[in-house]
Design a protein around this ligand. Structure first.
Ligand code: CTP
Length: 401
């Protein structure tokens, strides 16, 4: 996801410095090239040797360094970088960077850089809330610096509040988002994902094996592409994608209400959810007992078709459907697309992707079938997002972004 990206990771002297070691590994695993630079205080928390072993590169800690040809790592390092990420960034670092001081390697790197600067603040909650830190962060933002986090939680000092560095996994996601081309900038996307659960009684219900992975991957790819994304999710255990607003629902009827409440603002509606076609006519208010009541007779009622209803609105958003079939993919998917009046439907064979991490999908539109190569769902999600962006641009008479 960060293939070929050259990251200079600057680590300042806070307790969260130990997490920068994990971050180094994750950045490398995502395909990035990582050059670590430590402040002298950071080297007191985690040994430069740890970072050298992890990154396979000598670690810079000082303003003058004879190992760099011109002796000036603050120039050389930033010239060869696609981004400078300071994680953790202490209150002291933020204050000096906001003022343009350059009294050590990391502040000099920030000042001399020819690439974007991202900072991941980490400090005690009082320090984060202090007006001086607020001023410094506002100044950095005004200067074009991207501020990632912090988040809330238990702090190393034992207090609880805002000031924790984002977890390394989140920082990698934030970097991926930062680099993604903003092909959906300014667009509002509404998505559904996961299964629905139709209650029989308080503990039983009708549902299906949808993992939600494709819908969540699409929500993440769309948010990374600059869209403002609302994801309406059935009951799944997927983590909420970075930068996505998530609304949890259980049944198809709840999903329908959540969609209809928000669809007027949406430019695009992507219906990935495996909505249960039927629900029990009545959900028992208490657990059904097998001995006393025998086998319950399930009377079923059809659920509303959310996608068809949205596509039939007087001014519908650009609607994208999904069709998972076990056979005759093209015939069934195209029939669904025409019946629901959709410009685009994404089809796949259940045996290729349902519940798994990868899939083989084909895009169907008026012009026919457009297969995408077999890939993991994150890669497919990026390609589908690009495809939607191109269609929107054509509809709006614009050159694709
Ligand atoms: N869909 C929906 N509401 C429903 C059922 C489906 O919004 N009640 C959406 C799905 O999110 C998907 C598309 O419609 O985008 C799937 O079409 P559909 O014909 O309903 O698919 P299946 O339910 O799989 O139909 P069948 O069981 O006949 O194959």
């Amino acid at each position: 996801m960060l293939q070929g990206k050259r990251i200079v990771l600057g680590v300042t002297g806070g307790v969260a410095a130990y997490k920068a070691a994990v971050l180094t590994r994750l950045l490398l695993a995502a395909g990035a090239e990582v050059q670590v630079a430590l402040s002298e205080a950071a080297a007191g928390f985690v040994s430069p040797m740890t970072f050298q072993a992890l990154s396979g590169k000598p670690i810079m800690t000082r303003l003058e360094d004879a190992r760099v040809d011109n002796g000036m790592p603050h120039i050389t390092l930033s010239r060869a970088a696609d981004a400078l990420l300071i994680a953790p960034a202490t209150a002291h670092f933020l204050a000096r960077a906001a003022q343009g001081l350059a009294d050590d390697l990391l502040t000099a790197l920030a000042l001399a850089r020819a690439c974007p600067l991202l900072v991941a603040p980490a400090m005690n909650r009082q320090m984060w809330e202090h007006p001086a830190t607020r001023r410094n962060v506002a100044q950095l933002r005004a200067d074009g610096v991207t501020v990632l986090g912090p988040c809330s939680g238990l702090q190393a000092c034992g207090e609880e509040g805002e000031g924790r560095m984002l977890e390394p996994e989140m920082l990698v996601k934030a970097l991926v988002a930062f680099f993604a081309p903003k092909v959906l900038a300014g667009e509002k996307l509404l998505l559904t994902a996961g299964p629905t659960f139709e209650a029989i009684d308080p503990v039983r219900g009708l549902t299906n094996l949808s993992s939600g992975r494709m819908g969540f991957a699409l929500a993440e790819a769309a948010a990374n592409a600059g869209a403002s994304v609302t994801l309406i999710a059935g009951p799944v255990a997927q983590p909420t994608p970075f930068g996505v607003e998530r609304i949890d629902v259980v049944s198809a009827r709840e999903m329908r209400v959540a969609v209809l409440e928000r669809v007027a603002e949406a430019d695009v509606f992507v219906s990935v959810a495996a909505v249960a076609d039927y629900r029990p006519a009545q959900a028992a208010g208490r657990k059904i007992k097998k001995d006393a009541e025998g086998l319950p007779m399930l009377e079923l009622l059809p659920n509303p078709d959310i996608l068809a209803e949205v596509a039939a609105l007087p001014q519908p958003p650009f609607c994208v459907g999904f069709a998972a079939e076990s056979e005759n993919l093209e015939t069934y998917a195209q029939a669904k697309r025409r019946r629901k009046k959709l410009p685009l439907i994404v089809g796949n064979l259940i045996q290729d992707g349902f519940g798994g991490v990868s899939n083989r999908v084909i895009l169907f539109d008026d012009a026919g079938a457009h297969p995408l190569p077999f890939a993991d769902k994150a890669t497919l999600a990026r390609q589908i997002v690009d495809n939607i962006a191109q269609r929107l641009a054509r509809n709006q008479g614009k050159e694709p972004a």
